[in-house]
Ligand binder design. Structure first.
Ligand code: P61
Length: 467
């Protein structure tokens, strides 16, 4: 019997979903240029495109919205928000931004100069895009296991300290900061351990290099630490979160993830001088330093969401729902990234569609196949997401090529998750019927996966239809 703890909430308001026919979905996908990202959400039955901003807010968050103080300057809601971030993440200076990439833009502009080098535990598209826009080269210093879908190592988000030492030895003076992520998204939501994070900070600090943590899913990381590191098994998740942030110099946050909000984010810093400079840039790019592009009500909803995010019942049920989907797929022989991460289940596309060359984007093809099969939307995380090398213009082929099924928080029921499992299992069973991959017909210069368009490489259908 797979574990599926009863949800620690009941449903007060519902949003109708529409099931469609296969013929309808074929037309919709064709119109969307074989990119599920370009589908209209009303044409999607179960939307696992992202867990970002797709959370269901609680009755407390909705009532907090009504307390929003919409003053342009010094809104009361800002101080409520600031206090919640300080209390749960432990940083002194809290600067609001409209969402995560707003913070990435500010931090990269502040600290990066052309020719610099940024090491980190695997790239994230928007994070690396901002680093590269400002002239830096990103160096992946994550442990090798992170690139191996089958490895069961519990902390595949850890940094390989030897790799980090090598980058410091070569580029020490030109490293503005180490860019760490809690639960590494592009590795399938894999956590970093407190011990490893602490060692990274010690090493970087010895060389005068600050460390900034992407805390978008740090609560989920804290929960996985509680599950996987016996030294933390008895500690509250709120305490583990503080232990993760403690050794770092600051954080960038997308509140659209852990914080159970639909929009928002922040930069959190310890250094008052750097914080002052960040506020200056926020004024230019986001909004005043006491709202950063958010409405007062958004800041209230985030403050309430932060408190709920570290509730043990919430985080247990959230991560268990992800694990339930992963276990159902694993048990049916679908190759997924192991161990199952905090926010998503990732189907190994190179393994599933072994007969398709990488140049035909197997993960993008798989995303199309599960949409056609069951109206389920996931997202490609492979060569399309990796984009082109800015120096050579060639496609980058990262070791991992997978279809990500990211689960929004508190949105779908077990029956929905069972529908997803049934859909993916059916596509996997009939995988040999998928005869065509995809060819790009349009690609924008940045974050191409969001807007790219494709055509079938051969024929007029994927070939998966049953006769
Ligand atoms: C997602 F490919 N994540 O997972 P923003 N850091 C981390 C994220 O996961 C993240 C951001 C920063 C998304 C949406 C997304 O290139 C991409 O609030 C670990 O979305 O600006 C976002 O936070 C950025 C996916 C965003 C992407 C940008 O689905």
């Amino acid at each position: 019997m797979l574990e599926y703890p009863p949800e620690p909430w009941r449903i007060k308001m519902v949003e109708p979903l529409r099931a469609t026919t296969r013929a309808y979905r074929e037309q919709a996908l064709e119109d969307a240029g074989w990119n599920p990202c370009l589908l209209r959400s009303e044409d999607v039955y179960i939307d696992l495109f992202t867990d970002s901003g797709t959370n269901a807010m609680s009755d407390r968050q909705w009532s907090a919205l009504m307390r929003g103080d919409e003053a342009y300057a010094g809104a009361r809601s800002f101080y409520v928000f600031e206090q919640a971030v300080r209390e749960h993440y432990g940083y002194e200076h809290v600067i609001p931004v409209h969402q995560g990439r707003g913070g990435e833009n500010i931090l990269s502009r502040l600290l990066i100069r052309p020719g610099m080098h940024v090491p980190g535990n695997m790239y994230f598209p928007s994070t690396r895009a901002h680093q590269e826009l400002n002239g830096a080269t990103f160096h992946d210093v994550i442990v090798d296991d992170a690139h191996d879908p089958a490895s069961e190592r519990p902390f595949k988000g850890n940094v390989d300290l030897a790799k980090l030492r090598a980058v410091i030895a070569e580029h020490g003076d030109a490293i503005p900061y180490v860019s760490l992520a809690a639960t590494v998204n592009m590795a399938g939501g894999q956590p970093i351990s407190v011990d490893n994070l602490t060692e990274v900070c010690e090493l970087a600090h010895e060389h005068g290099i600050p460390v900034f943590l992407d805390t978008a899913r740090a609560v989920e990381n804290a929960w996985l630490i509680k599950q996987r590191d016996p030294g933390w098994a008895d500690r509250p998740v709120a305490e583990i979160l503080l232990a993760l942030c403690g050794p770092t110099d600051g954080a960038v946050m997308s509140a659209k993830k852990d914080s159970l909000a639909n929009i928002g984010g922040w930069i959190a810093l310890r250094d008052p001088a750097l914080a002052e400079q960040a506020r200056g840039l926020v004024l230019l790019f986001e909004g005043l330093h006491t709202y950063g592009g958010m409405a007062g009500r958004d800041m209230e909803a985030i403050a309430a969401g932060i408190a709920e995010s570290v509730d043990e019942d919430h985080i247990r049920a959230r991560v268990a729902q992800v694990a339930y989907l992963g276990s159902r797929l694993s048990d049916a022989g679908v190759p997924i990234i192991r161990p199952i991460g905090g926010h998503c289940v990732c189907v190994d596309a190179t393994e599933t569609l072994r007969h398709l060359p990488r140049a035909e984007f197997p993960a993008q093809t798989l995303a199309c196949a599960i949409y056609l099969e069951g109206g389920v939307r996931g997202v490609e995380r492979g060569a399309v997401s990796a984009g082109r090398d800015p120096a050579t213009g060639e496609n980058r082929y990262p070791p991992l090529e997978f279809l990500r099924l990211a689960i929004p928080r508190r949105v779908y029921t077990r029956a929905h998750i069972d529908h997803v499992a049934g859909t993916v299992i059916a596509v996997h069973r009939d995988r040999d019927r998928i005869r065509s991959g995809l060819t790009l017909t349009y690609e924008p210069p940045h974050l191409r996966f969001f807007q790219a368009r494709f055509k079938l490489t051969t024929g007029s259908s994927l070939g998966q239809e049953r006769s």
